[in-house]
Design a protein around this ligand. Structure first.
Ligand SMILES: Nc1ncnc2c1ncn2[C@@H]1O[C@H](COP(=O)(O)OP(=O)(O)OP(=O)(O)O)[C@@H](O)[C@H]1O
Length: 317
């Protein structure tokens, strides 16, 4: 049996993936420590799902390396795969099967595999607990379930595998607020109780703000930023300035991510503007009558960060 020698649950080095001339992963180097909930964000097409496909061994890397739980993703054995749970937005489960039969089939698979592999263990209590948040009857066919119920079943099946690593690709897409809350609670509980590492991608910052320990921002297939969400928000700041005459060109000032005109005021979002007093003085020198600094929530902070990248890409094109 292979031994996990890495301290990182996921480790990529110069990872590339190309689809018909399109670079989905661009020399991506990333190290995720084990434990906690890691949220991946990025614009559409940033490479989040592509990365997950390589990590799960569904797609071979076009260059560089990718390791998961200390093992090369290109050569994952069934036992290694059994240590990784995966939930995607489509919740692809066999529609013709009854919920109870699907559960028993998965349980048998895990208990059977567990005879040869001490790491695999079916957690029936967790399955019941997660599914209790959703109105699913054991005798129902999977195809009859609502989208949210299917998401709950998929999560219950994934968490009952007690995976060391759980990868979720936009799992809450289309869920109502109640189902979403139940889903996130189950995730948090599993991260605490099972010490699972959860890797999660979403465009919904309110969820990430609630559950994530680590924020990973991808941009055009590369790692753009990684830290705790609070640290990230602490580095992004909003400045509201009133320019009584013509608004000067502030976009080019160092650290400026985004400039917007709202209700006659200039909203400037900056990143890593260490010397706030100097920045304020600069704005005043440029003609600002009043300047006010304020913190930003994760949603607006990430939005400004990503739109800065978009603008840079457009300029480069
Ligand atoms: N099968 C494919 N064939 C060709 N191009 C692909 C394929 N799958 C993905 N791509 C391209 O690779 C890039 C990365 O796609 P990916 O699905 O990984 O992005 P994403 O970050 O998950 O996006 P989203 O947030 O929109 O789901 C995109 O430019 C996409 O068009």
């Amino acid at each position: 049996m292979s031994v996990n020698t890495s301290d990182y649950v996921i480790e990529t080095e110069d990872l590339c993936l190309r689809y018909k001339g399109k670079l989905a992963l661009n020399h991506l180097s990333l190290r995720l420590p084990s434990g906690g909930i890691h949220a991946f964000v990025g614009a559409n097409g940033a490479g989040k799902s592509s990365l997950f496909r390589v990590l799960l061994g569904f797609e071979p890397a076009g260059g560089g390396s990718a390791r998961v739980l200390g093992n090369d993703c290109a050569t994952l054995t069934p036992e290694m795969r059994g240590r990784i749970g995966f939930v995607n937005e489509e919740h692809t489960l066999p529609g013709w099967m009854r919920v109870q039969d699907l559960m028993r089939m998965q349980q048998r698979h895990y208990e059977g595999a567990g005879r040869g592999a001490a790491n695999l263990r079916w957690n029936g209590e967790r399955y019941d607990e997660v599914l209790s948040h959703f109105n699913v009857l054991p005798a129902q066919r999977v195809g009859e379930l609502s989208r949210g119920e299917r998401a709950g079943l998929n999560l219950a099946l994934a968490l009952a595998q007690s995976p060391e690593l759980l990868i979720l690709d936009e799992p809450t897409l289309g869920l109502d607020v109640v189902a979403k809350r139940a889903f996130l609670e189950a995730l948090l509980q599993s991260s605490i109780d099972d010490a699972s590492t959860i890797v999660y991608c979403s465009h919904q910052m309110d969820e990430i703000e609630r559950v994530a320990d680590n924020l990973v921002i991808l941009e055009r297939g590369s790692l753009r930023y990684m830290s705790g969400p609070d640290d990230f928000c602490g580095r992004v700041q909003l400045w509201v300035a009133e320019f009584p005459f013509k608004t000067p060109e502030v976009r080019k000032l160092a650290g400026v991510l985004q400039v917007q005109q709202l209700d006659g005021l200039t909203h400037i979002v900056t990143f890593d503007q260490q010397d706030g007093a100097a920045f304020e003085a600069r704005l005043k020198l440029l003609g600002a009558r009043r300047v006010q600094a304020m913190p930003l929530g994760l949603d607006r902070a990430v939005n400004a960060f990503l739109s800065h990248g978009h603008a840079g890409a457009r300029r480069a094109a």
